[in-house]
Design a protein. Structure first.
Length: 484
């Protein structure tokens, strides 16, 4: 049972055998995918409460089945990492600890899974804590699913034990001391993927400045945990604090998790005919849309289209518009001269890339304003787009943030003449890629100029086909099946 599992301890049980990166990836992927389901179930409950109607039999069944699957996934992680925990059961002292490369590689995979489990569980807690109906379902006994009373509540007790926090802290010390000081290991792509997950996590960023020689009592996190024994309300308040930290800051972790998984290359990747067609068709301030069902990121994005970018124009375009000598343009002049003229917000930052880099896709659409912009308006738009280059990715997905931005927000901030729709989520206004794309359906300010579906160009009825894509966008579940 889940009450018997000590989550972080189990995930820091480090295998001293081979570096089983594929298994670690599978576990991380399963944990990350559970976030989709948790969010969906929270929406079901919200709708049930709003309409004052009960959850349907199908919904009740899926909620219980998925809860059972989450337990099995954690048990799977436990079984995989329970072979040996010698590396973290003793203090990590300076000049008194050593670790082999194979054990270090194994530990990094274990730590990546550990922080993923920790933060997906906190995300689940946050989504369920304020929904009594859903929380009751998960805590009540149900023999059909081998679920005992207080299963959900007991899982949190296990996860947040002082002992588990200590083991996690020790693993992070090993990571900092033995991986971050090894340039030869830091070039291994598999370890780089795990490192991105670890370093994006709330836990790593909380623990990384911990004094390696300080005792247990000096760690603020552990002191807070000890004080939780004072009252139940203090414990609830602490969980709420942690869960909010995960939800608002933890999206960076999920972004790095899902961004690292790609099953294959896109159908249009480096397709010279496609690239030539796009280059010959694009005009400054055209919008590029893409769909990549082979990437895990596509599963977490609502709607059909998964990413949007902006073509700012070539060197000759910018010279014709009279802004080549502009200070902001000159800042990126060399990149533009080298063929980088696609501005896009990726996980690391807003950057300028080539169409060749952008071509790792299956579906593509090129959008253009129906009412042609004047040269002056085009120049203003280009400078606005370039002003965002270098900004960090907005893992809180808030259109009103200033110095962080996602791909859809880039368009929201650049095309100020278009009134985009937004959605309210967790108190923040967000904009999806489909909410950018919907501005190109019939009668809207933009129009589709080029369209490729599954690598094939659509030559007839482009507007009609494009509109159909947005009328019936893939659900997250259908996207998962397509990518599988």
């Amino acid at each position: 049972m889940i009450t018997k599992i000590s989550f972080i301890l189990s995930l820091l049980f480090l295998s001293s055998t081979l570096f089983a990166s594929v298994d670690a990836e599978d576990l991380i992927q399963k944990l990350a995918e559970s976030k989709i389901v948790v969010d969906k179930h929270a929406r079901w409950v919200d709708e049930s409460v709003k309409t004052n109607k009960p959850l349907s039999g199908m919904e009740l069944l899926e909620i219980s089945e998925e809860a059972k699957d989450r337990i099995l996934t954690r048990k799977e992680a436990y079984d995989y990492f329970s072979k040996d925990f010698d590396l973290v059961k003793k203090p990590i002292r300076k000049n008194r600890f050593s670790i082999s490369d194979e054990n270090l590689k194994s530990m990094i995979g274990s730590l990546a899974v550990a922080v993923t489990l920790y933060e997906t569980t906190l995300h689940t807690y946050h989504m369920f804590q304020d929904r009594p109906k859903l929380r009751r379902l998960l805590n009540e006994k149900d023999s059909s699913f081998n679920r005992e009373d207080d299963t959900f509540k007991d899982s949190l007790k296990s996860l947040f034990s002082v002992r588990n926090s200590l083991l996690l802290l020790r693993a992070i010390k090993i990571y900092k001391r033995f991986y971050l000081t090894r340039p030869d290991l830091m070039t291994i792509s598999q370890l780089q993927k795990f490192a991105r997950i670890i370093e994006a996590s709330y836990l790593y960023n909380h623990f990384r400045n911990h004094n390696e020689d300080s005792g247990l009592g000096k760690d603020v996190f552990l002191i807070v945990l000890t004080r939780l024994k004072v009252s139940f309300q203090a414990k609830v308040d602490f969980f709420n604090f942690m869960a909010n930290s995960i939800v608002y800051n933890g999206s960076k972790l999920f972004g790095n998790i899902v961004g690292g998984f790609q099953k294959r290359r896109g159908i249009l990747f480096q397709d010279q005919e496609f690239i030539a067609k796009v280059k010959n068709t694009m005009k400054p301030m055209d919008i590029l849309l893409e769909k990549t069902p082979f990437r895990m990121t596509d599963r977490f994005i609502p709607g059909y289209w998964g990413h949007a970018a902006i073509f700012i124009g070539t060197e000759s375009d910018l010279k014709r518009l009279g802004i080549w000598e502009h200070e902001l343009v000159q800042k990126f002049a060399q990149e533009i001269s080298d063929g980088k003229f696609i501005v896009e917000a990726l996980r690391n930052k807003v950057q300028i890339n080539t169409i060749e880099q952008f071509s790792d896709i299956d579906d593509f659409a090129l959008l253009r304003q129906r009412h042609e912009l004047s040269d002056e308006e085009t120049a203003e738009h280009i400078l606005r787009a370039l002003s965002h280059v270098g900004k960090k990715y907005d893992f809180s997905f808030d259109v009103e943030t200033g110095d962080t931005i996602v791909c859809s927000e880039l368009h929201y901030r650049t095309f100020i003449n278009i009134k985009f729709n937004t959605s309210l989520y967790l108190g923040r206004s967000t904009i999806s890629v489909d909410q950018v794309a919907e501005q190109s359906v019939a009668g809207m300010p933009l129009s589709p100029v080029l369209l490729y579906i599954n690598g094939e160009e659509i030559n007839e009825d482009i507007q009609e086909v494009y509109d159909e894509l947005l009328k019936k966008p893939l659900t997250n579940e259908e996207t998962i099946q397509e990518a599988a």
